[in-house]
Design a protein around this ligand. Structure first.
Ligand SMILES: Nc1ncnc2c1ncn2[C@@H]1O[C@H](COP(=O)(O)OP(=O)(O)OP(=O)(O)O)[C@@H](O)[C@H]1O
Ligand SMILES: [Mg+2]
Length: 287
């Protein structure tokens, strides 16, 4: 039986200010009873205006935050990660961490380490990064890491310090790290928000091509509707923590967005200068 890669059932998340009563009225409800499933191999855009709950959702899915305790369930490949707000067993949590690779907006590389070492430490999902750093990696692990760097077009930078790379290159290292880890699910939180249009296009193309090639499930949070439409087949949209749309990206239109977000639709409709419609021959030659 094939399970959905990601399953959420009535998941809520409330943030409380320190020392304030933990009633819903006193907290900020970042997610409100969100339910959806994502099947293996799907490429889904998570869309929403600033503050709509995208990062919170991704942080819940990778276990960095816990949902509210009264209800709800998060399943990764059919294995419960949280049930009624309680973290599942150690082995279930380990299963989720092993299955999932995360790419953040701010690259999250260790600048002092080489590009290759940054990819290698990603293979130690169960270790804190400070323990992974000093490890002697096997020849096989190095070969996998180099192969993944090759796939994102950065094999020639393997020995260079990560801090010396451009933003787009650093994000491609983050993609290689998620790939080398053997992730079956990649969660990407605004992976191109800090990049110029050309680098954004290149990173998204590489990420989506590799996801398609290896059957990886992709959930990528984005601000830009045009990027979602170009690279993803399905869109899930949040508004003030509520799931307000789950449809094909082909159904996304300016009218739909204006109906959902009113004036806040502007930030989702803004097109990046340079656009995403030009086919980049260099991009196509990678992977
Ligand atoms: N650690 C936290 N403590 C308190 N409130 C938080 C915390 N993290 C998020 N929030 C609140 O939860 C809501 C959702 O935030 P979140 O970061 O998930 O939004 P987002 O959709 O990722 O926004 P953006 O597009 O700006 O990144 C916001 O109102 C935010 O202020
Ligand atoms: Mg965010």
């Amino acid at each position: 039986m094939t399970y959905p890669s990601i399953g959420l059932h009535r998941v809520s998340k409330t943030f409380f200010r320190p020392n304030s009563p933990t009633t819903q009225a006193s907290g900020c409800q970042a997610l409100r009873s969100v339910s959806f499933q994502i099947l293996p191999g799907e490429r889904v855009a998570l869309l929403g205006a600033s503050g709509s709950g995208k990062s919170t959702l991704i942080r819940l899915l990778c276990g960095l935050e816990a949902p509210d305790t009264n209800q709800g369930e998060i399943l990764i490949e059919g294995v419960p990660l949280f049930r009624a707000g309680c973290r599942a067993s150690r082995s279930a949590f380990g299963h989720a961490r092993a299955a999932t690779g995360v790419i953040f907006q701010q690259f999250n590389l260790v600048g002092q380490l080489s590009v290759l070492e940054n990819v290698l430490v990603g293979q130690c999902a169960s270790l804190p990064i400070w323990r992974a750093i000093g490890r002697n990696f096997s020849r096989d692990a190095r070969a996998i890491a180099l192969d993944c760097l090759e796939k994102v077009g950065l094999a020639d930078k393997a020995d260079q310090r990560a801090s010396t790379l451009s933003g787009g290159q650093q994000q491609r290292v983050a993609v290689a790290r998620a790939l080398a880890k053997g992730s079956r699910i990649i969660l990407a939180d605004e992976p191109v928000a800090s990049l110029d249009p050309a680098s954004s296009r290149r990173v998204m193309k590489i990420l989506c091509d590799l996801a398609a090639q290896f059957g990886i499930t992709l959930l990528v949070s984005l601000h830009q509707t045009e990027v979602a439409k170009q690279f993803c087949s399905r869109v899930i949209a949040l508004r003030q923590g509520e799931l307000v749309l789950d449809s094909l990206t082909t159904e996304l239109s300016e009218t739909v967005l204006r109906n959902l977000y009113g004036v806040n639709a502007e930030e989702l409709l803004t097109t990046s200068s340079g656009g995403f419609d030009v086919v980049d021959s260099e991009v196509l030659s990678v992977a």
